[in-house]
Design a protein around this ligand. Structure first.
Ligand code: TMP
Length: 266
């Protein structure tokens, strides 16, 4: 009996020591967990402006911020971005290839950058994430939504945004901002790159050309409907923001929702 008692005591001690270790390990991991915020919306919705304002505000408070974009954000991802948007080979790209390339870039970004940054306790801000795939490839290109979801799940695993800001503007505003952005880019082309009569040469290999923006209006209408459906389905995570207001008003609304999530500055 004495031996059995001794045996239980040492097992008990070991068990206790293990529990204490696991408790402190979990505590350390949870303290290091960063925050993952994503920004979504149609072209010209002002995501970049809001991301840069939020970055400055967070950094002033002492947080370490990592800003990323999709597709892209890693060396491999940026090559995929070029293929998706600007490559002279991309005309014949199928919708299925587009879906997989978006998610190849994402799978790389999640493992190479996002997970390590969150483990270090950083605030990660990402210009687009998987809601863009649902909106553009699911609703816009009309690929089967169940398949789209399965591909996204494979790419991201359990890495999900804590909060997503969906900047909402009308299709007309988005269209006019997209066109004026394209005009500004053309205007910026150096004279050496201009063709006869001062017209910009836009061969299909031109990095200023964006395949994603060549879709017709009905595509962008479906994308906008897709974003609305996502916001309606997940109101806890996806916060729809009226982005037709001033930059300051939008930024204040975003800040109100980010502030409560922040850990003490490190
Ligand atoms: P942007 O960085 O200028 O917003 O360009 C990214 C483009 O790629 C934009 O047209 C939206 C599109 N896109 C998708 O179609 N699916 C996706 O999953 C992502 C992240 C972006």
């Amino acid at each position: 009996m004495g031996n059995i008692g001794l045996c239980f005591t040492s097992v008990g001690r070991r068990h206790f020591a293990c529990s204490v270790f696991v408790y402190f390990a979990c505590f350390a991991v949870s303290r290091m967990k960063g925050i993952f915020l994503t920004f979504e919306g149609t072209e010209g919705s002002g995501k970049s402006t809001q991301i840069s304002l939020l970055t400055k505000r967070l950094e002033l408070l002492g947080h370490t911020v990592l800003t990323l974009r999709e597709p892209g954000g890693t060396p491999i991802g940026e090559e995929i971005r070029y293929t998706l948007k600007h490559s002279h080979q991309n005309h014949a790209m199928t919708n299925e290839a587009e879906l997989l390339l978006m998610n190849a870039s994402r799978a790389q970004l999640v493992r190479e950058t996002i997970r390590p940054a969150l483990a270090e306790g950083k605030v990660v801000l990402c210009d687009r994430f998987y809601d863009s795939t649902t909106a553009y490839q699911g609703y816009g290109r009309q690929l089967d939504l169940k398949t789209v979801r399965a591909v996204i799940d494979f790419a991201v695993g359990d890495t999900r945004p804590d909060l997503t800001f969906l900047l909402m503007i009308s299709i007309e505003v988005s269209e006019s901002r997209r066109l004026s952005r394209q005009e500004a880019l053309l205007f910026d082309v150096s004279p050496a790159d201009k063709g006869p009569g001062g017209h910009t040469k836009l061969p299909f290999s031109d990095p200023l050309r964006d395949r994603m923006e060549e879709a017709d209006r009905s595509f962008f209408e479906r994308v906008a409907q897709g974003f609305e459906a996502i916001a309606a389905a997940e109101p806890q995570r996806v916060r729809a923001i009226d982005a037709t207001r001033t930059v300051e008003a939008i930024s204040a609304e975003i800040w109100k929702q980010v502030e409560p999530l922040l850990p003490a500055a490190r």
